[in-house]
Write a protein that binds this ligand. Structure first.
Ligand code: F6P
Length: 483
């Protein structure tokens, strides 16, 4: 097995300055980290990434944070300007909204692109310093789409066997992608990888459609699920690899005594109520206002829900320096206030709202205690919360209401109740459907979803991606590998 080198913007922890020479280390939150971390812990290897702090990286706290990781960590430093223009700027004010089909939220500031290229070049240099010629190099996510191009511009990149990339977020349809000022430069950069992995078939279709339109000199050859792009005398393989979770770790975690007790406590706090859970990072792509409006609509139109359903909404602070995220939080606060103001009684408050991350035990207890998970992103690469919820339902009970625009819908659609997050009344009707669902139907659906989530777990995801990458490494001509 070749050594695995993971390259992503974020390391699995963040260092925060807490005053002079004082640093706190917090685990990073999000799909990429929660999927990749267990894999590196199991297999070993190297993780190249940014520890979340601008400026020089403090060596002592870094050593402390990585001592028991079980793999090597190579930190990449970003200056404050780079953090603002590369991370907040191009990555999260251009690519993030555009790739989630929210082009009105984009800030196409030209300086951002230059910072993006520059930081991607820094990552390429870190790879060259850390990698051997037979290492498996796996670059992750939208922050680093230019890395292969930067590597190829450096002659030493010829020593690397195969360069692979996985996009955790959706890839947009071509009419949306065409709004990007750097559309051709970005696609050309992506085509410098040897393998491009996406979450769903829809993302693959979108990428191929963009290549056909924007890069007419590239030739796309598709046979069933196998897609190859011929470009500049190279072959780029494209496939979909839906990311999974570490099912056993969630299931075992949910079984432990502390989680069982906390979950009972939660249930006892809301006697005679069905509990419905929403859990998201603070992000406008997650459809939180739409979800709250749907709940309000359901309470208006279906009085039987009043006093009988509680929505527990967890919002984890994120990207707080982007103004749009502030405005978005205000919108959520106002909606929660409106619902609770209108419908609360002395015995019942409809929305329990937490603006903070829960620790793992508490999160698992929420998954165990809640009868319904209500997950409504406007668009999402996969949405691992949906899968985590299923893994923690050790009682085989629970209903999943899921946006049709989450990547997870492709795998869970026969048994999750799919909704269009833009259709408030349909979502409200679906809440009632979940509320009234018979225990037998609920269990049958949950059993099937658990089977799927257990089988197509994170190790299956890694194995299928690595297998595709290794086949490729064998076909990359030796000449190119050892120049
Ligand atoms: O894939 C999207 C992603 O990279 C996930 O890992 C996670 O949901 C989120 O974005 C993390 O965002 P950030 O690194 O900006 O905190």
């Amino acid at each position: 097995m070749n050594r695995l080198i993971i390259v992503s913007n974020r390391l699995p922890f963040a260092l925060d300055s807490a005053g002079e020479d004082l640093w706190t280390v917090t685990p990073a939150f999000g799909g990429l980290v929660s999927a990749v971390e267990p894999v590196l812990r199991e297999r070993g290897g190297t993780w190249i990434g940014w520890p979340g702090t601008a400026g020089e990286i403090p060596q002592g706290p870094l050593a402390e944070a990585t001592r028991d990781a079980g793999y090597n960590v190579v930190p990449v430093a970003l200056s404050e300007t780079e953090r603002n223009e590369f991370y907040y700027g191009y990555s999260n004010e251009v690519i993030w909204p555009l790739f989630h089909d929210l082009q009105n939220f984009c800030n196409f500031e030209p300086a951002y692109w230059h910072a993006y290229k520059q930081v991607n070049e820094r990552y390429a240099d870190a790879i060259i310093r850390s990698a051997r010629s037979d290492d498996f190099i796996w670059v992750h996510d939208y922050h680093l789409m230019y890395v292969a191009q930067a590597l190829r511009e450096r002659s030493t990149s010829q020593n690397l066997s195969a360069l692979t990339f996985f996009l955790h977020i959706p890839f947009p349809p071509s009419d949306i992608f065409s709004k990007l000022p750097q559309q051709r430069r970005l696609l050309r950069a992506l085509l410098q990888f040897d393998l491009l992995g996406f979450q769903t078939r829809r993302d693959v279709r979108n990428l191929l459609q963009c290549v056909r339109r924007v890069m007419p000199e590239a030739k796309v050859v598709s046979r069933a699920e196998t897609h190859v792009i011929r470009f500049e005398k190279r072959k780029i393989h494209v496939g979909h690899f839906p990311i999974g979770i570490d099912f056993d770790s969630f299931e075992n975690g949910a079984r432990c005594e502390a989680v069982a007790q906390r979950s009972q406590q939660l249930r006892a706090t809301f006697p005679d109520c069905q509990l419905m859970l929403g859990s998201d990072r603070l992000d406008y792509s997650k459809g939180i206002p739409e979800r709250l409006r749907a709940f309000r609509n359901a309470l208006e139109r279906y009085p039987e829900l009043r006093g009988r359903v509680v929505l527990i909404q967890i919002v984890v602070p994120s990207r707080v320096e982007i103004p749009r995220y502030h405005e978005f939080k205000d919108r959520i606060d106002r909606l929660v206030g409106d619902i609770n103001g209108r419908f609360s009684t002395s015995m019942w408050i409809p929305v329990q709202y937490h603006f903070r991350g829960l620790d793992r035990e508490d999160l698992l207890a929420h998954y165990r205690a809640c009868d319904i998970a209500f997950i409504t992103p406007l668009k999402d690469g996969m949405n691992l919360v949906a899968k985590e919820y299923c893994a923690c339902r050790i009682d085989q009970y629970g209903t999943l209401i899921l946006s049709q625009f989450a990547g997870a819908a492709e795998q869970l659609k026969p048994d999750a109740l799919l909704v269009n997050p833009y259709d408030i009344e349909q979502m409200a009707d679906t809440i009632v459907k979940a509320f009234r669902m018979s225990p037998a139907e609920c269990t049958a659906r949950m059993k099937r979803m658990r089977r799927m989530v257990r089988k197509e777990n994170v190790f299956w995801w890694v194995d299928s991606f690595l297998a595709a990458g290794s086949r490729l490494a064998r076909t990359v001509p030796r000449r190119r590998r050892n120049l």
